[in-house]
Design a protein around this ligand. Structure first.
Ligand code: ATP
Length: 245
């Protein structure tokens, strides 16, 4: 059973492709790492999956994990930390599909938020304003929001970047638990050790896919060198091409 199918997918900005000729299937319950050099199109792919940008051509087909069941953690740099909202309120936003944006929270909703905060080690931080959190605490809070979203497909963009070893280990354990619950995980990662140790599947991207499959088969020195060369050579101003994959 597939969670996601890419069909000759091209994603980009202002008609310039950032990812192109992507074909393939993510099976339900996969734990897939998306790796590649800076500018390879990894974040763009997650934005496409999250529905934040539309394909320039081709398609992304979602299986049982419909759009309503996707949880998306953007890169930390995209979070507006100046927004005056408490930790509890931000985590409760993960419930909005159920409660509506301005709906009240039931006792069960409040318990779900408390439980999620406890699971990420943030009990006691409920009324802290998010701008006062450290980077690691902020990431724990965003994971708590993912927890309450209870999604079948979870997209993580560099979830462990600039996070210390203890926090990384705690959050990685949560990701592994989600996967053990048969949720599908697609994570952009730069740390190859984490990918090799915890992600059975990898997609190596350099604007187009270089390799996709078992992590050990994908992360070979030859593939990594090819990806680096490919990304460096890419012309950012090229128009969408009509070349078949
Ligand atoms: N909003 C945007 N408008 C125009 N171009 C963009 C936009 N976002 C990304 N790009 C371009 O798309 C290409 C792919 O960027 P993307 O962020 O997907 O790469 P990445 O693999 O996630 O890189 P990194 O590892 O540096 O985060 C880059 O050339 C980038 O400059």
């Amino acid at each position: 059973m597939s969670a996601v199918r890419f069909r000759n997918l091209t994603l980009g900005y202002d008609r310039h492709p950032a990812v192109h000729h992507l074909d393939g299937t993510v099976a339900a319950g996969d734990m897939l790492a998306v790796v590649g050099p800076n500018g390879a199109g990894k974040s763009t792919l997650l934005k496409g999956l999250a529905g934040a940008i539309s394909p320039l051509s081709g398609a992304i087909e979602l299986g049982d994990a419909g759009r309503g069941k996707i949880a998306y953690l953007p890169q930390a740099a995209e979070i507006d930390r100046s927004f005056p909202i408490s930790v509890f309120e931000l985590v409760a936003m993960g419930l909005w599909r159920r409660t509506g944006l301005f709906g009240g929270l039931s006792r069960a909703d409040r318990d779900a938020v408390d439980h999620a905060l406890s699971a990420v080690g943030l009990t006691g931080f409920e009324s802290r304003i998010i701008g006062t959190l450290s980077g690691g605490q902020l990431q724990r809070m965003l994971f708590a929001r993912l927890l309450v979203q209870d999604a079948q497909l979870i997209l993580l963009d560099e979830p462990f970047t600039a996070i210390d070893a203890k926090t990384t280990a705690d959050l990685l354990a949560l990701v592994c638990r989600w996967n053990a619950e048969k949720r599908t995980i697609i994570a952009v990662l730069h740390d190859m050790e984490t990918v090799r140790s915890s992600f059975p599947q990898a997609l190596l991207l350099a604007r187009r896919p270089i390799a996709w499959g078992r992590t050990a088969d994908v992360l070979t020195p030859e593939n990594l060198t090819a990806a680096r060369r490919m990304t460096e050579a890419f012309d950012d101003h090229a128009a969408v091409c009509a070349v078949a994959a």
